[in-house]
Design a protein around this ligand. Sequence first.
Ligand code: AMP
Length: 401
Amino acid sequence: MTFSDLNLHADILSGLDAMGFENPTPIQEQAIPIILGNKDLIGCAQTGTGKTAAFLLPLMHKIAENEIPDDTIDTIIICPTRELAMQIDQQLEGLSYFSGVTSIPIYGGGSGDDFAKEKNALAKGTHVVVGTPGKLISHLNLGYVKVDQLKHLVLDEADRMLDMGFHEDIMRIINHLPKERQNLMFSATMPPKIRALAKDILQEPEEINISISKPAEKIVQVAFNAYDAQKVDLVKHLLRYNDIPSLVIFASRKSKVRELTKALQKEGMNAKGISSDLEQSEREAMLREFKHRSLQILVATDVISRGIDIDNIDMVINFDVPNDAADYIHRIGRTARASSEGEAVTFINEEDQEKFLKIEELMEREVRKVPNPSSIGDGPEYAPRKRNGRSNKKRFYKKRR
Ligand code: AMP
């Protein structure tokens, strides 16, 4: 299938061409006709599947086709983080080069000046507003946001937003919007609380599910059983014996990011740590450096694991096993984006074995455990169930095979 088969507006097709998108991804093939058909939609899809363009393209098509004036807010997209808001806005900007669809990102953490600029844009109107819940509700409460002509609402990464405690803000935003509108909701996971939110917001939605809990096939996944004290040496080993121009290392806590960055820098590695503690301008500068490859190693918390659009990462290292199995999928989704291949390496210490087994169960796939290099020495034996006083993990795999 090509994008022309999806009957998109010629200006949108030109934008796709300029962005170098040749063929629709599976979620785009499925979602675009539903959205063009004005149906509500719930989409279960992780980042890396092309879900952003899956909702942007048909919405932009409708704006172009219906010649919506650019002082009308046609669409509000709510997403969990400012990075994701910026990224969605940037993708829209790229795709809309020929169609003239306008947008503004609205996110927390900016200065008073930013707030005034946002206020001006929202009062004047723009086709698409992309924002985080807290910031959007602050503006909506002040009464100048022109939402009376709004036709579309998108909730992106809904599971993440609920985890971050945004439920009330989302419902408050919705109270400001016209009742007649099309609603699209995307979520990486579909727990009961997401089903409940969908029931509250969506009207007879169509449902699509893009290989939930299955990372892209192109990602080569391996794991090392390692004691904490062995992990920095393992990173050094991987860098010494592999050509890894671009590496993201994930750690679960900010303190760990700081500690690990220091340890890597002490070893002479070109590494910097990014976390929600940094000023936004610092985070942006660091991401730019990383994208341009003057920075080789980015050490990060999960805050940036979702939604950040960094292409061509050669390897993701999970310095520890994330608490949430879905976070593992998001973390490793940073590599092997639409057209590239990538590798994901996880370090499993003795406490994290049970968590890692849960991830393997969710993916219905056993990740290959690679023996530690002899210079580093053996790590703990991988026997999560036995360790937990229950049946041995072998039983689980036997059952599945
Ligand atoms: P997303 O899942 O929306 O975060 O998109 C993942 C990455 O794939 C982004 O870098 C997009 O720019 C890229 N992408 C999305 N759709 C396509 C497509 N049809 N062809 C090539 N790249 C795409």
